[in-house]
Design a protein around this ligand. Sequence first.
Ligand SMILES: CC(C)(COP(=O)(O)OP(=O)(O)OC[C@H]1O[C@@H](n2cnc3c(N)ncnc32)[C@H](O)[C@@H]1OP(=O)(O)O)[C@@H](O)C(=O)NCCC(=O)NCCS
Length: 175
Amino acid sequence: MDQRITYREAVSSDAEALLEFLKAVGGESDNLTFGPEGIPFSAEQEAAFLNRLAESPCSRIFLALDGDRIVGNGSVDGTANPRFRHRRNLAIAVRRDFWGRHIGTGLMARMIAFARQTGAEILSLEVRADNTRAISLYRKFGFVRIGTYKRFSRIGDEYFDADLMLCDLPEQARA
Ligand SMILES: CC(C)(COP(=O)(O)OP(=O)(O)OC[C@H]1O[C@@H](n2cnc3c(N)ncnc32)[C@H](O)[C@@H]1OP(=O)(O)O)[C@@H](O)C(=O)NCCC(=O)NCCS
């Protein structure tokens, strides 16, 4: 593990830096649900969202930091709906110049530990079918492909398939 990198949960004061980070990673690959424009939230909206998240029983955003700089994020997204609260959806991104330094691994470990502690039984994610680096990362944590969603996303005139992947948390490893 890279000793310089630290990990923690995102808090409302991270809002502005997190929005900038998302624009940066959005411009560094076509593997995310957004491009260089980032996500359509103001800093105030993002801060309010992060405040709500900190109180959420099943959702969080985790950050990887190099000093004060955000270089990775991972989100665990759950719902309080009793019919779905055994599930969480995961998403992750790392700045390109930090790829291959096990930051994705560090974020995944923390996201999965949080999901377990909050009662998750099944983790899910969608990943572009040609995103071999991300797929290797997910397989390392026990995710398996359950199917391919043809034309899952569209960038300009080009369509991309996505693998739907699940990780069944072993019963003994749950909280
Ligand atoms: C996918 C992503 C999060 C991985 O982050 P990372 O910090 O580079 O990941 P790690 O260094 O922890 O590597 C994880 C695993 O990926 C695999 N991997 C590493 N380099 C690889 C390569 N060149 N090709 C294929 N797999 C590779 C390895 O299995 C590695 O684990 P190991 O070194 O223990 O064997 C990062 O590349 C990224 O943000 N990409 C752009 C956004 C994205 O694709 N997000 C996922 C959307 S579903």
